[in-house]
Design a protein around this ligand. Sequence first.
Ligand code: SAH
Ligand code: SF4
Ligand code: F3S
Length: 483
Amino acid sequence: MTIDTTLDTALAPDAYRPRKKVYVKSYGCQMNVYDAQRMTDVMAREGFDETQGPADADLIILNTCHIREKAAEKVYSELGRLRVLKEQAADAGRDVKIAVAGCVAQAESQEILRRAPSVDLVVGSQSYHRLPSLLAETQGGRSVVDTEFPVEDKFAALPAPTRAAMRKRGVSAFVTVQEGCDKFCTFCVVPYTRGAELSRPVAQILGEVERLADAGVREITLIGQNVNAYHGEGPDGGSWTLGRLMQRIAEVRGIARLRYMTSHPRDMHDELIEAHRDLPQLMPYLHLPVQSGSDRILAAMNRRHTQSHYLRLIDRLRNAQPKLALSSDFIVGFPGETDADFRDTMQLIETVTFAAAYSFKYSARPGTPAADMGDAVPEDVKEVRLAELQALLLDQQKAFYASCVGQTFDVLLEKPGRIDGRLIGRSPYLQSVNVVATPDQIGEIVTAEIVDVGPNSLFAKGSRAAPASASIVPESAPTMVET
Ligand code: SAH
Ligand code: SF4
Ligand code: F3S
C-alpha cells in the first residue's frame, strides 16, 4: 500500500483505511456524463478511487438511459455480464456491489430488481447524492431502492470535486444549470425520469465555474434537458435568463469559451439570441432539435412550434451571428407520419442545412401519450425514411467539413494527438482539429489555418502526417448516432 503523506490526507482520521474502487459506466446524454462525475465526487469522499473498468471495482454503477427501448434494454444485458463478475469476485472472497442509477433506475426500479436480483441498489437521478448512506443500507445482502424526488437540493448536498478529479476533467467541462422538463413532448420519457424543471441558483453555478476555471478549465458547456428554459435565482433576488447567466460567466477569469445544450425552439428568448450577437465567448454553434418538419406531426408531438416558427428563429439567429452553424435531432416514423409529412422534414433540412445531426427511429416508450396513439409506422418504412434522411444530413455534414478548408479557426488545444508533436483541439464547431503543438500548450487557444479534412477531423497547416492526403472529402461517415 502506498501512503499519501500530503498534509491534509495525513491528518484525516481515515488516512490509513485502504482505498476502494468505483467504476461508473454512463449511457445516454450529457446530463448523465455530468452526473457520473458527481457520483465519483461523492464516492471519493468515502474512500473510493475511480477505475476505468469493472474487473477491479468494489462498486459498479451503471448510469442508465431510458430514452429509447434499445438504450434501456442495453442495461439488462450489461447486468447479466456483471452478475457473473460479481459471483466470481464472491468466490475469490471479494464483495462487489452493483448499483443502477440514472433514468432506467428512475423509471423501472421494480423491473430491475425482478430481472436482475444481483443488483444491490437502485438510485434515481435526483437522489445520487445519498449514495453512501444507501450503500450502507445494502450491507447484509438487502436490495435498496431510492427513486424519490427529494426536497433537499441535490446540488447543494454534493461535495465539491477534489483538485485531482477536476484536473481529470480537462480543459472543457460540463456544468448542469437546469434539470428536468415541463414540456411533455408526447414521445419523451424525460419529464417522467427527471421530473419537473428546476434551475440552479446563479451563485451556486458561479462557484462551480470559478473552481473549474482555477483548475485550468477554459471552456464551459452549460447543460440541461431544456437548458434555455433556465430561470435561476440571481444574486439580486430576481430570476435570470440563460443569456444573462452566460454574460456573467463570461466575466470569470480563464473562461474563454461558452456553449449550451440542449435547447428547445420555444425557449429561444431575445436575450439569448442577443448573446449570440454580443458575447464573443459564446461559440457560434447551436444544437436546436426540431424533430420533424411537418406541422401536423409537430402538433401531435406537442412540440408547440411549427416549421415556419423554427425557420424564422433560424433566420433571427443567423442575423445575430452570421457564422452560426446548427445541429439538430430528428425522429422518423412517429405514429401517423405519412410520406408527405416525411417530405416536409426533408424539405426543412434542405432549407436550413445542418452541420451535424442525430436522427432516430421513433421508439414507443411505456407511459408516454404517443405510445397509445396507434397508427404506428411499420419498421421497414421507418428504416427507409431514416436511411434517406441520414444520407441527406451526411451530405450536408460533409459539405460543412469541406467548407472549413481554407478557413482560419481559433482552436482550443485539449489533448495529445496520436502522432508526436501534434495536439488535438476543438474548433468553434466542436470538430477535432490536428495541430502542430507541444503538450505544454494544452489549454491554449491558437489560431489555425485549416488545410485538410479527415473522416471526423480537420487538419491545421503542417499537421497532416506524411504522406499528405489531398482529399477534402471525408473517407467515411462522420459520427451519426442511431440507437
Ligand atoms: N431535451 C432535448 C432532447 C431530449 S432526448 C429536446 O427537447 O430536444 C434527445 C433526443 O432523443 C430527442 O431530441 C429526440 O430526437 C430523441 N428521442 C426522444 N424520445 C424518443 C423516442 N421515444 N423515440 C425516438 N427518439 C426519441
Ligand atoms: Fe423530452 Fe420534449 Fe422535454 Fe426535450 S423538451 S426533454 S424532447 S419532453
Ligand atoms: Fe437518457 Fe435520461 Fe438523458 S433518458 S437522454 S439519460 S435524461
